[in-house]
Design a protein around this ligand. Structure first.
Ligand code: AMP
Length: 513
């Protein structure tokens, strides 16, 4: 874009890749990625591979704004391909590897990509779906980084001039997990991604000699944006695991300085007897997000390693909004104050601001907040207040120091006999009971109360004799009668999605009578 300022004409380019490449230009020989099988790629390799992909896509006739759908395993090539899409100013559309035919069909219909990249194992299905929709370009990339895409690009020149992007050009469409209704495509612009990357890089004190142990998937904001963008902005090294595995993390952690995880990663590490203080010799920062981290996990981790996990909060539509501080108190079961440049409000059901300590919906405003839902102007309008605050759908409370605590989702709020019950509060009480490993509290239809508070509980090892009656008895000593669950179900494990979130909708369906 060309902007005139007085009589000076200057070119403004907000392309995220241009910012990243400015940072690693002087470090082309520095290791960018080392895989768990020991393969190394330098920043110069990243530059060349992303140039090849961008050139190849442009050569096929794809133009800025065209969508590119990707459903592949996590590999360095998949990351380079994402960067190639940014360079050509195409809209990248990552898809969860767990999605099956009906879901892929929906995304192809909704996003209308011109190019699809998939795993060779899914090629027959994906090609048939793509052909039926007139999508001409279908290529493959496998878990080793091989496939028809790298083959087709092998003789493409590794040079490409990054296409200038405007701040509000859409860089990525990410489909929300969609626990109710059809998933919506959140449009994130170059401006959104650049602002959040810079803010996190600064807030978490990123250093050039940092080594990130990257164990998260690449189809979600946590692994793709929070983790990769921070590391790339610092021109740091990533130890890239194809998947999280506690033994591999324990083996590689002594070489790392930063680790980002969902709470399940931390409970799995704590369950690994070889994990301890010695494993974390070089570590300076552990972060957690995407789902609530239990105070018990936080404390146990601090005892075992001496590290206080830094918990932060964000979502697909906004990137990161709040974070516990790098320096300063990290308070368990809070997600810290708002990040620089991000404003938050906590409001009642009629959008009145609530004082500290009261629970209400969290609203967010800032350069990180997405542009809207792809081709859904009505849903976009519903998601914002008249004066532009995004309704997160999360219930939260703020303490006197401005630290935010997430207490649940609006749709998970239980109204029993006309009284509000916040599942998180009840879960916290249950989790504190001796013999409980973890719990999920849901509301189930009830003829008398409207909804009945219901607990689904995982017993701790050695406490298999705990009964519904003994648990309820213990709970009744602690909380008001209307909050005490009407029923308790014991399970071996809570159902979680790839990001560690408990899938309460599955539990509600399972236990509904
Ligand atoms: P997603 O869009 O898949 O990233 O999911 C975002 C949602 O995850 C948020 O709206 C919250 O409900 C939840 N979430 C993210 N981080 C946290 C956290 N640290 N504590 C509690 N809930 C979280």
């Amino acid at each position: 874009m060309t902007v005139c300022q007085g009589n000076i004409q200057r070119t403004m380019n907000a392309n995220l890749y241009s910012l990243l490449s400015e940072r690693f230009r002087a470090r082309r020989t520095h290791t960018c990625i080392e895989t768990d099988t020991g393969r190394c790629y330098r920043y110069g390799d990243l530059e060349q591979a992303s140039a090849r992909y961008a050139r190849f896509l442009s050569g096929l006739g794809l133009e800025p704004g065209d969508r590119v759908a990707v459903q592949t395993e996590k590999t360095p090539q998949a990351l380079f391909f994402y960067l190639g899409c940014l360079r050509a100013n195409l809209i990248y559309l990552p898809l969860n590897t767990a999605y099956r035919q009906a879901e892929i069909e929906y995304f192809l219909d909704d996003a209308e990509p011109r190019f699809v990249l998939c795993d060779p194992g899914a090629l027959d299905i994906v090609r048939a779906l793509a052909t039926a929709r007139g999508i001409e370009h279908v290529f493959t990339l496998d878990a080793q980084g091989h496939g028809t895409l790298p083959d087709a690009c092998s003789s493409t020149a590794p040079e490409f001039t990054t296409v200038a992007a405007r701040d509000d050009d859409v860089a990525v469409i990410l489909y929300t997990s969609g626990t109710t209704g059809k998933p919506k495509g959140a449009m994130l612009t170059h401006g959104n991604l650049v602002s959040n990357a810079k803010t996190l890089h600064q807030a978490w004190g990123w250093r050039a000699d940092d080594v990130l142990l990257h164990a998260l998937p690449l189809f979600h904001i946590h692994g793709l944006f929070v983790a990769c963008h921070c590391a790339l902005l610092g021109a740091s090294t990533m130890l890239f695991l194809a998947k999280f595995n506690a033994d591999t993390v324990v083996r590689l952690l002594p070489r790392a300085t930063v680790f980002m995880g969902v709470p399940t990663y931390y409970t799995r590490l704590l369950a690994n007897p070889t994990f301890g203080r010695e494993t974390c010799g070089r570590m300076r920062l552990f972060t957690s997000g995407s789902a609530p981290l239990l105070a018990q996990t936080f404390e146990e981790f601090a005892d075992r390693t001496g590290h206080r996990i830094l918990e932060r909060y964000g979502m697909t539509e906004t990137g990161m909004n709040t974070s516990n501080p790098l320096d300063g108190p990290r308070v368990p079961e809070t997600v810290g104050p708002p990040l620089a440049g991000v404003s938050v409000r906590i409001v009642s059901h009629d959008d009145r601001d609530l004082p500290a300590g009261e629970v209400g919906q969290l609203l967010v405003k800032g350069p990180n907040v997405f542009k809207g839902y792809w081709r859904q102007p009505d849903k976009t309008a519903e998601a914002f207040t008249a004066d532009g605050w995004f309704r997160t759908g999360d219930l939260a409370r703020r303490d006197a120091n401005g630290y935010v605590a997430i207490v649940g989702r609006i749709k998970d709020l239980i109204i029993t006999g006309g009284l509000n019950v916040y599942p998180k509060e009840i879960e916290t009480y249950i989790d504190e009971l001796d013999g409980v490993a973890e719990s999920a509290v849901i509301g189930l239809p009830h003829p008398d109360f409207g909804e009945a508070v219901t607990a689904v509980v995982v017993r701790a090892r050695g406490h298999e004799d705990m009964t519904e009656e003994s648990l309820l008895q213990a709970l009744k000593q602690k909380i008001a009668g209307y909050k005490v669950p009407k029923r308790v179900f014991f399970v071996a494990e809570l159902p979680r999605n790839a990001m560690g979130k408990v899938q309460k909708s599955l539990l509600r369906n399972q236990y509904r009578v």
